[in-house]
Every structure is written in structure tokens, then in C-alpha cells.
Design a binder for this molecule. Structure first.
Ligand code: SF4
Ligand code: SF4
Length: 287
């Protein structure tokens, strides 16, 4: 890496990508460095892609442009790997860190950079940060970033969280500590291992004409989902509440009366998780 270390964060609105970039800069300052951080917002809504930048140097920074050739790319939401050019410009000796429960070998990137993963969703949920459907993963990811890169010290990150996170400092510090210990990494020369593909239904033949006239039976609506519900059938009471409360009619039932999620319509809102009386539905990461 060069004298200036450039880090680009990619997340979705609500995950804390902008705060992550600011906390990293604060930690760098506490380490005696000269950092800067700034965000780029696209559509300002929950779930929309958000990019944020942090630069760290030993000397005052004169440059204020966005980061196009980052040393480190941090991805807080793994579906962005498929939908956004998040690894564009990543340096060959750089690092890609992704919040995912999948192995680092499955991260396919165009350059020989190191790859690291951390299941920050699980860590954030365990510490009560955010919700089941939108965990706030930034501090867990920052802990993993410290372990994978050493770009700031863990002492400085811990202090930055204590001083600059406005609420739940103890939980966020614990999440960062867990992220530090949970990171898994592969070196740049490790080969890519293709992930097991997710089963999807056949693409329907759409009739010609205005799309607005079609029903959801023909227009599959799951494209913006980031987490998906999985029903643990062994504890399901077949009460049908999930079907009653699902706003997208994404449940059907098998011949024994157990619910089956129609993922082509599920938008991942998480309402079924909350409404299921025995709490046997879990939101899991897309694969
Ligand atoms: S997550 Fe939302 S859209 Fe998906 S099945 Fe549950 S209630 Fe329906
Ligand atoms: S709400 Fe929960 S218990 Fe009831 S049918 Fe759905 S998954 Fe089963």
C-alpha cells in the first residue's frame, strides 16, 4: 500500500456505512494519523446503496476527491457484490472485506487481492444492534477490518466508538471486539471456489404490452431483498400467521399444511419473523 491508505465502504441505507467511515477516521486520528472521511449518497432511503470514503495518511491530506483506486474495499451488504461495481479499481495488493457468512474463497474479484469475511449480521443481532431485518453492522465490520488490515489499532477503534457513537457504546464496542476475532481471510493467491447456486424458479414468459397491466403472478418482485426468511419447520405449529401477515402473499402451503416461502415474491421485509407466534422463522443472508 502507498503512503496514503484509501478505504471505500459500500452498504445500504440503515447499515451504518457512513458512520463506519467516520469512526475509522476518528480512530486513525487517535492513532496520530491525518485522516478524512466523507460520504456519497445516491437515493436517500432505507436500503438504497450508500458509498463512503476514508483516507488515512501520516501527513495532512490535500486531496478531496472520491476514491477510485482503493487499497481496501469494505462491503456491508453482500448482495451489492452482484448489483454494484464495488470492486472497481481495487488495487492488486489490496483487501476486500465483506459482511457475509459465506467462505472468503467464494468471493470472486477481478484482481489478486486478499479477501476477508465476517458474519457481522449475526454479531450485530447478538448485541441487539438494529433489527433482525436490518442489523447495524458497522462496528462489527470495523473490528474485522482492524484484524484483517491493521489500518488502525484496536485500542483507537474502541476509544472512537466510546467517544463518538451516540448510543449503545458498550454493545458496539463488544460487536467490534467480536468482529475482530471472527474475521476469516484468504490470501490473494488462493483460488476462487464457486458457491453452490441458489435454487430459483423458471423465468416466466411475459406477454408483450405494458408491464403495468400484469399481476404479481407474472412479475417476480424479490429483486431488492437482502435477507430472506427461512422457516424451521420442526417447530412450526401450522398456524398460518405468516401467510396472513405477509404483505406480498409470499407463502403457500405444502400438502401437510406447512408453509413454503415463494422467494420469487418475498421482499425480505421480515414481518413474518415478527408475527410467527413460536418465532420459528429466521432471516438469513442471500447466497
Ligand atoms: S419476509 Fe416479508 S415478504 Fe418475505 S415472506 Fe416474510 S412477510 Fe412475506
Ligand atoms: S407463523 Fe410460524 S408457526 Fe405459524 S405457520 Fe408460519 S412459520 Fe409456522
Amino acid at each position: 500500500m502507498g503512503a496514503t491508505i484509501e478505504i471505500r465502504f459500500h452498504g445500504r441505507g440503515g447499515q451504518g456505512a457512513v458512520v463506519a467511515s467516520e469512526l475509522l477516521a476518528q480512530a486513525a486520528f487517535l492513532d496520530g494519523k491525518r485522516p478524512q472521511s466523507f460520504p456519497f449518497f445516491g437515493v436517500e432511503r432505507r436500503g438504497a446503496p450508500v458509498t463512503a470514503y476514508t483516507r488515512i495518511d501520516d501527513h495532512p491530506l490535500g486531496i478531496r476527491t472520491s476514491i477510485t483506486t482503493p487499497d481496501i474495499v469494505v462491503v456491508l451488504e453482500p448482495s451489492l457484490l452482484r448489483t454494484q461495481p464495488v470492486t472497481d479499481g481495487l488495487k492488486e495488493d489490496g483487501l476486500l472485506l465483506v459482511n457475509t457468512r459465506n467462505p472468503a474463497q467464494e468471493l470472486m474479484i477481478p484482481v489478486p487481492a486478499r479477501r476477508a469475511v465476517v458474519d457481522a449480521n449475526q454479531i450485530a443481532v447478538a448485541h441487539g444492534l438494529g433489527s433482525l431485518t436490518m442489523p447495524i453492522v458497522n462496528t462489527a465490520v470495523l473490528g474485522a477490518l482492524v484484524a484483517a488490515s491493521g489500518v488502525v489499532s484496536m485500542t483507537a477503534l474502541d476509544q472512537a466508538i466510546e467517544e463518538f457513537v451516540p448510543a449503545r457504546q458498550a454493545e458496539n464496542r463488544a460487536a467490534a471486539e467480536d468482529g475482530y476475532h471472527a474475521v476469516r481471510m484468504v490470501e490473494a493467491n488462493m483460488p476462487f471456489t464457486p458457491p453452490v447456486p441458489r435454487a430459483v424458479g423458471p423465468t416466466p414468459q411475459l406477454p408483450e404490452g405494458p408491464m403495468a397491466t400484469l399481476s404479481s403472478e407474472l412479475i417476480h418482485t424479490a429483486a431488492w431483498r437482502t435477507l430472506r426468511p427461512v422457516v424451521h419447520l420442526e417447530h412450526c405449529t401450522r398456524c398460518n400467521f405468516c401467510w396472513k401477515f405477509c404483505p406480498d402473499d409470499a407463502f403457500q402451503f405444502d400438502e401437510k399444511g406447512y408453509p413454503v416461502v415463494r422467494y420469487e415474491y418475498c421482499k425480505g421485509c421480515g414481518i413474518c419473523v415478527v408475527e410467527c407466534p413460536p418465532r420459528v422463522i429466521e432471516m438469513v443472508e442471500e447466497v
